[in-house]
Design a protein. Structure first.
Length: 205
């Protein structure tokens, strides 16, 4: 059994300045003001359209991110409808095979310290689930059948692709104080990276 932390990786090689220029070029079609484009006009233009609520313009740019988290969190992530997802499949992945180290991997709960009784109960439960999963496979169960006992804490990988407008919506919901702690564990540092990559677009979040 492995216990791993949640993590993420931005898959695109992004030049935020160039993406901003493309957004400006596209956005100015609405106003036929392409003649006002200068070497440094994109930041002020995008800032103005965001303040005016004209966010459809930033839908022309997208970002793909690989997230490693527990399956319970992915159930919240995929509720964002304007997105594309590819997720590790418990139906086809046989975790009793060598490629998975013949073991299950679980995401460490961020809300319990390792010396807490609650954490120890969680660990013992995950150990028993791994034993029972492997036993079912040994008895001839298919992965799609054995997965019925797998918990929300199971580690999974999901690649999500969203346009920048939907990323703004994602962060407004998932980096807020009302979001699940294990989703905030991912969304807050990811938002901070987005702020470092993209001028203007995420500054107000």
């Amino acid at each position: 059994m492995k216990i791993v932390p949640a993590s993420f990786e931005i898959l695109d090689n992004i030049n935020g300045e160039e993406m901003l220029k493309q957004i400006e070029l596209i956005g100015r079609v609405c106003y036929k003001s392409e003649d006002r484009i200068t070497a440094d006009s994109s930041k002020s233009f995008v800032s103005r359209i965001l303040k005016s609520g004209h966010e459809s313009v930033i839908e022309h740019a997208k970002v793909s991110v690989r997230i490693i988290c527990d399956r319970g969190i992915t159930h919240e992530i995929v509720r964002h409808r304007i997105a594309s997802y590819s997720q590790e499949s418990t139906r086809y992945c046989n975790y009793a095979q060598n490629k998975f180290g013949n073991e299950l991997a679980f995401i460490r709960p961020v809300f319990w310290k390792e010396d807490e009784s609650k954490y120890h109960i969680w660990v013992e439960t995950m150990k028993q689930i791994e034993i029972n999963y492997n036993t079912l496979i040994e008895m001839g169960a298919k992965p799609e059948e054995a997965r019925s006992i797998l918990p929300n804490s199971l580690k999974t990988e999901i690649v999500m692709t969203m346009n920048l407008r939907e990323w703004r919506h994602f962060f407004k919901l998932r980096a807020s104080t009302r979001a699940h702690p294990q989703l905030r564990e991912i969304s807050i540092p990811l938002l901070n990276q987005f702020k470092g990559i993209f001028p203007v677009i995420f500054d107000d979040l």
